[in-house]
Design a protein around this ligand. Structure first.
Ligand code: HEC
Ligand code: HEC
Length: 366
């Protein structure tokens, strides 16, 4: 074994040394490559003679994957907005503490959702609830677990102020110090102020986070062998005996409505903030992409997808909630062991492959 691994290790060491000693690309060649402060990565974007950054064309807007409805007509993000929005979403320097990004709470490795019941904002205050998965929001009209937000244009500026502890105006000012971000702002602006471009870019990135193209979608499109028989049986249970389909109907697997599931351990009025008659109700999350999440429910009280499913099957009776205030659509359901496994297999088949790679952030933002 040793003799087999040693040459590999030696080759690796040589490769690493070569990478460390390779000089930044020639500035005169127009590549604009610049060693970063840590001497590691180099800027991807070339610089013009006047020092401004020349960006390559933005990649196309992500296509809506199979299984999802057509995009609503008023959702029309541009490639330049999405490209800037992606950087902003991952940029820890947007937080007033210099470390909190949107992605800190809406974790791309966990289906753009959070794990903490009350994640700390950049100001160190606890958030009200767990960060929901930011997927398929192009079809959502009411934002927040209680639906108090009436669209991204209104939601994002106040959300950024609350969670990042910075106004969108201050974010735009800060970005102005970075030649790379300045080039992005110019490319995406379409005549708008920097502040409005920042807000539009964040919204464009958020509305193009799609969860679709799952194994179940391939099955529905007629691909033989895309899922096993257990998944097909699970779909029958989901839409039938297990009573899931009434609140989580395809194709988005949410009714965009609010229900009480008996989650009363962490007191929260939920929808009651908007409509007192619906106190304790929360928005039905879409189940596409759910298998990528690590915590479930608005309070993060379910530590696994199975625990979340079992909570429903028990009729939400787990925390001593008064059954008369639990949504009548949520009745206790008894499944056999194999039926329970089939139901779980179906829900898991609504999630497509791996998480996307994180972008390389500009190194010139102070
Ligand atoms: C400190 C954690 C935190 C940070 C940082 C954060 N969020 Fe959130 N986000 C949350 C929480 C918690 C909620 C749910 C709020 C509620 O229901 O009251 C939420 C909700 C949302 C929603 C509504 C989703 C839905 O399904 O209704 C959007 C959109 C959103 N965030 C986008 C962003 C963007 C874009 C950023 C960066 C500018 C960001 N968030 C930064 C925690 C965070
Ligand atoms: C009466 C409506 C209703 C029915 C029926 C229902 N759900 Fe839900 N489901 C919800 C609501 C509302 C939530 C969010 C509750 C919360 O966070 O307070 C939810 C949350 C979930 C979650 C957690 C998602 C996340 O991101 O946190 C999963 C998984 C889930 N449901 C699966 C199912 C399955 C499987 C069934 C059938 C056994 C089912 N649901 C039946 C309304 C319903």
């Amino acid at each position: 074994m040793r003799s087999a691994t040693l040459p590999v290790a030696a080759a690796l060491a040589v490769a690493l040394l070569a990478a460390c000693s390779s000089k930044p690309r020639d500035k005169a060649a127009g590549a604009g490559a610049r060693a970063t402060a840590d001497g590691g990565a180099i800027d991807a974007a070339p610089r013009r003679a006047d020092g401004t950054v020349a960006l390559p064309p933005a990649p196309p807007v992500p296509a809506t994957p199979p299984g999802l409805p057509p995009l609503p007509g008023d959702v029309a993000p541009t490639p330049a907005e999405v490209a800037l929005g992606e950087l902003l979403f991952h940029e820890p320097k947007l937080g007033a503490d210099g470390t909190t990004a949107c992605a800190s709470c809406h974790d791309p490795a966990r289906g753009l959702s959070g794990t903490e019941p009350h994640p700390a904002t950049a100001a160190g205050r606890p958030s009200l609830r767990r960060a929901p998965a930011l997927v398929n929001l192009a079809w959502a009209t009411e934002l927040g677990w209680d639906g108090r937000g009436a669209g991204l244009a209104g939601w994002l500026p106040s959300h950024a102020r609350g969670q990042l502890d910075r106004t969108v105006d201050d974010i735009a000012l800060k970005l102005g110090a970075s030649p790379t971000y300045r080039a992005h702002l110019a490319r995406a602006s379409a005549g708008r102020s920097d502040r409005d471009t920042v807000a539009a870019a964040l919204a464009a990135y958020v509305v193009t986070r799609f969860a679709g193209g799952s194994p179940w979608d391939a099955h529905e499109a007629g691909t033989a062998g895309a899922v096993g028989d257990d998944v097909v049986a699970g779909y029958q249970l989901f839409t039938g005996k297990a009573l899931c389909g009434s609140c989580h109907p395809p194709p988005l697997y949410t009714d965009h409505d609010f229900h009480r599931l008996g989650l009363i351990a962490s007191p929260d009025d939920g929808r009651g903030r908007v409509d007192p008659a619906q106190a304790g109700a929360f928005k039905t999350p879409g189940l596409r992409g759910a298998a990528a999440r690590a915590r479930f429910f608005h309070d993060g009280s379910a530590a696994s997808l199975d625990a979340a499913i079992d909570w429903h099957l028990a009729g939400g009776r787990g925390q001593g909630a008064d059954p008369s205030v639990i949504d009548p659509g949520l009745s206790p359901v008894t499944l056999t062991t194999s039926e329970r496994a089939q139901l779980g297999a179906f829900v898991a088949a609504l999630t497509a492959g791996a998480a996307p790679a994180r972008p390389t952030l500009p190194s010139d933002l102070p």
